[in-house]
Design a protein around this ligand. Structure first.
Ligand SMILES: C[S@@+](CC[C@H](N)C(=O)[O-])C[C@H]1O[C@@H](n2cnc3c(N)ncnc32)[C@H](O)[C@@H]1O
Length: 571
C-alpha cells in the first residue's frame, strides 16, 4: 500500500485548488473530498489525512480560505492555480510562504503525527523558530549546483579492520577490550592512546593527537544519521534537519576555521565483518572543562556566528538548551592545554548561509590565486582555479581537468586511491580537492606563503580534511621532505607527485630524486609545444628514470592547449 508522502500531497493539493477554482462558492470539506478521485493504492484514511495536510500550505499561503467546515479559493489562489500547472511547483511555492506550510510540506508524516500530539507540536514550533524560515525555505529554492549537492568534495575513507572478532559488534568489542573510552548518547570516543593500542596501522595514518568518535549504530556515512532514534519529546523537525555525516564535516571544519572546534582529520567507514561503522577521526582536546569565564567567552563567539547567519543552533531551545549551558555544556565544551574554548558536538549546528560563506571565502582568495593575465570580461583579476559549488569565473576549469586526468590515469593503469599525493605549486588547492575526491589517502601541497592560508581555508570549506600545506618560496634545492608531517613518512613509498603548470617557475626540483614516488602527473604551460615537452622530459630523465605511461593535449577553461602526461618511475 502507498504511504502518506509528499508526492501524494502535491497531487491532492493541486486537485483541491482545482475543485475550489471551478466552484462558484465556498465548499464543505466533505464535498471537496467527494470530488477528489481516489489515487491508486491509497486508502481513504490516507487520502483524508493527506488532504488535510495538503491544505495547510495552501491556507497558510492565503490561497485557500478556511472558515469552519468550509473551504474557498482566494484571488491569490486563483492566480497561483493559473501560474503553477505542476503540482510539485505549486506546493513548493505555497510552502515558501510560511513556516507552518513549509513544515507540513517538508515533513508531511511528522507534521501530521505532531499535530495529533500536542506536546510534540510545541517542540516542533520551537524547533522551527530556531531553524529559521530562511533556512527552511532555502531547501526549496536550491539550484542544481548548490553547495549541498557539490559538497563535501572529499570521499569518506574505507578502512578494513583486521582486528574483527566474528559475532561481536565493534562497539561491544571496544567496550570489552578494557581500553579507556568515553560514551555519549549517540557515539563513543576512543582517545588517542586507545586508538593506537587497538587499531595500530589505521591510527598510524593520522597525527598522534587524534581519537576516534564512532557512531553507536552501524551504517554507511551517507545512509545513517547522527541521531538514529528519537528520545521522548525530541522534536522530529530538529532530528530530521540534523545534517547527514557528510555535511556535518562542513560544520566541524567551519567551527575549526573559526577557532571554536577541534581539527577534524577524517570521516571514515570501518568494515567490521559484514557491518560498516561510521566514525570521525578527530583531534582530542585534553585541557579539561572550561572555567565559567572561558565558557561564556566561547559561547559568546558561537552566538556571534549564529547571528552572522552562517549557521544556527539546532536544538529547539537554542542557546537555552543544556547543551550550551556553561561551564561544561553537558560535556560538549572543553579547553585545550592552552585554555582555548572548543565546542566538540558539531551535530548541534545547522548550516544556514553556507553558500554565501563559501563564495566569500573563494572571493577572498582571488588575489592570492590569480596567476597570469587580468581579464576585462572577467572583472579584472580572477581565480586561477574554479571552486566547486561556487559560481565564480576561474582561468582553469577544475571539472574539465579532472575528467582528462581521470582518463589518463586509467590509460596508465595508475590511481591516487589510498595514496599520498604531493602537489607542488598547489595554488588554492582545488586539484588537491580533486585528488581527495578520487580517494587519495592524504594530500600535501606547497605554494607561496601568502597563498596557502587561502588553500587551507578553502579546502576546509569544501569539506576536505586529509590535507596539509607548506607556505614557502620553493627553490630548486628546497627540502620538500622536511616539510611533510612525520606521520606521512611511511606513505611516501609509492606516492604520487602532482606537477601541474609549475615547471616553468621552479624547474625540476632536486627533491624529486629522493622521494620514492611511483608516478608523476605532469602538466605543461600554455606556450609549451609537444617538442618542448619532449626536451624537458629528456632533461628530467637525465637524473630520474621514468617512462611516459599516458599523454594527451587538452584545453580547459580560459587556457590554451597544454600537455598532460603520467610519468611512471622506473628507477
Ligand atoms: C600556474 S599556477 C599552477 C597552479 C596549480 N598547480 C594548477 O595547475 O592549478 C603556478 C603556481 O605555482 C606557484 N609558484 C610559482 N613559483 C613558486 C615558488 N617559487 N614557490 C612556491 N610556489 C610557487 C604559484 O603561486 C601558483 O600558485
Amino acid at each position: 500500500m502507498m504511504t502518506f508522502n509528499r508526492k501524494t500531497n502535491e497531487q491532492i493539493a493541486r486537485r483541491i485548488l482545482e475543485i475550489l477554482f471551478r466552484a462558484s462558492t465556498k465548499m464543505s470539506v466533505k464535498d471537496v473530498m467527494a470530488q477528489i478521485e481516489p489515487l491508486p493504492e491509497v486508502s481513504n484514511q490516507v487520502m483524508f489525512e493527506s488532504a488535510m495536510c495538503s491544505c495547510i500550505p495552501l491556507i497558510s499561503a492565503g490561497w485557500v480560505v478556511n472558515s469552519g467546515y468550509y473551504l474557498a479559493i482566494s484571488e491569490d489562489g486563483r492566480m497561483a492555480f493559473d501560474e503553477y500547472a505542476d503540482a510539485g511547483d505549486l506546493m513548493k511555492a505555497a510552502a515558501q510562504r510560511s513556516t507552518k506550510g513549509w513544515l507540513a510540506f517538508r515533513f508531511p508524516k511528522s507534521y501530521y503525527a505532531a499535530a495529533k500530539a500536542k506536546d510534540q507540536v510545541v517542540a516542533e514550533i520551537r524547533a522551527a523558530r530556531r531553524i529559521s524560515f530562511r533556512q527552511l525555505t532555502s531547501t526549496l529554492k536550491g539550484s542544481t549546483r548548490s553547495w549541498k549537492k557539490a559538497l563535501p568534495i572529499q570521499l569518506p575513507r574505507r578502512i578494513a579492520l583486521s582486528e574483527c572478532k566474528s559475532g561481536v559488534s565493534l562497539i561491544d568489542f571496544l567496550k570489552q577490550s578494557g581500553i579507556p573510552l568515553s560514551e555519549g548518547g549517540h557515539a563513543i570516543f576512543v582517545p588517542p592512546s586507545s586508538f593506537k593500542s587497538v587499531f595500530r596501522s589505521f591510527a598510524a595514518d593520522y597525527p598522534t593527537t587524534v581519537g576516534l568518535k564512532i557512531l553507536k549504530e552501524p551504517g554507511l556515512a551517507n545512509q545513517t544519521n547522527y541521531v538514529v532514534q528519537a528520545a521522548k519529546g525530541d522534536s522530529k523537525l530538529h532530528l530530521n534537519s540534523i545534517h547527514k555525516h557528510e555535511h556535518l564535516t562542513l560544520v566541524a571544519n567551519l567551527l575549526y576555521s573559526k577557532g571554536l572546534g577541534p581539527r577534524l582529520f577524517d570521516l571514515v567507514e570501518m568494515e567490521w565483518g559484514d557491518q560498516v561503522w561510521t566514525a570521525y577521526v578527530i583531534e582530542a582536546i585534553t585541557g579539561g572543562t572550561p572555567s565559567m569565564a572561558q565558557c561564556e567567552e566561547g559561547i559568546g563567539r558561537l552566538r556571534q556566528l549564529d547571528e552572522s547567519g552562517i549557521l544556527t543552533v539546532s536544538p529547539p531551545e537554542g542557546f537555552d538548551d543544556a547543551e550550551f549551558g556553561c561551564p561544561d555544556c553537558d560535556r560538549n565544551a572543553l579547553v585545550t592545554e592552552e585554555g582555548k574554548f572548543q565546542y566538540i558536538d558539531f551535530q548541534n549546528f545547522l548550516l544556514t548561509g553556507y553558500g554565501s560563506y563559501l563564495k566569500k571565502t573563494a572571493m577572498q582568495a582571488t588575489d592570492a590565486s590569480h596567476f597570469g593575465d587580468s581579464s576585462v570580461f572577467r572583472g579584472g583579476n580572477y581565480l586561477y582555479q574554479t571552486v566547486p559549488g561556487v559560481n565564480l569565473p576561474g582561468k582553469r576549469s577544475i571539472d574539465d581537468r579532472r575528467r582528462v586526468l581521470q582518463r589518463l590515469l586509467d590509460e596508465a593503469d595508475a590511481s591516487v586511491k589510498e595514496r599520498l599525493v604531493l602537489d607542488i605549486g598547489c595554488n588554492i588547492g582545488m586539484m588537491m580537492g580533486q585528488y581527495l575526491q578520487m580517494g587519495a589517502k592524504w594530500v600535501h601541497g606547497w605554494d607561496r606563503g601568502h597563498v596557502t592560508p587561502h588553500t587551507e581555508k578553502l579546502l576546509l570549506s569544501l569539506g576536505c580534511t586529509r590535507f596539509s600545506t607548506t607556505g614557502t618560496d620553493i627553490t630548486e634545492s628546497s627540502d620538500l621532505l622536511g616539510d611533510i608531517p612525520k606521520f606521512l613518512y611511511p606513505s611516501l613509498d609509492g606516492c604520487a607527485i602532482s606537477y601541474l603548470a609549475v615547471r616553468g617557475h621552479i624547474g625540476w626540483l632536486k627533491a624529486l630524486e629522493s622521494i620514492p614516488w611511483l608516478f608523476l602527473i605532469y602538466e605543461g604551460h600554455e606556450d609549451e609545444s609537444r617538442k618542448d615537452f619532449e626536451e624537458y622530459l629528456t632533461e628530467f630523465k637525465s637524473s630520474i628514470g621514468c617512462t611516459v605511461a599516458a599523454v594527451e593535449e587538452y584545453v580547459d577553461g580560459d587556457s590554451d592547449t597544454r600537455t598532460l602526461a603520467i610519468l611512471r618511475r622506473t628507477s
